[in-house]
Write a protein that binds this ligand. Sequence first.
Ligand code: FES
Length: 98
Amino acid sequence: MELDDTICYCFHISKRKIVNFIRVNHPRRASQLTECGGAGTGCGWCVNYLKRFFAESQDATLADGLTPDEYARQRAAYIKAGHGKPAAGAIPLPDAPE
Ligand code: FES
């Protein structure tokens, strides 16, 4: 995924915002990434990825390896499986009607 790709669809937060938040604020725990615009506090889909970005900041050898489309499709499957409810105003699921 590129820096301008969306990580938190519920709150429209890019990977760049997350990476910069980590760089500037030096969170001690992954849960502190919620302070970056509420990331992870909507449907919960992106929480594991927030944890991965936090882990990557601690260990530069990890890589996400996902394309933005794969990431969006996996979130849609997560939502459709009933694991979380998108926040109001969230980016719609890829196959949702406009
Ligand atoms: S995608 Fe981040 S909380 Fe829903």
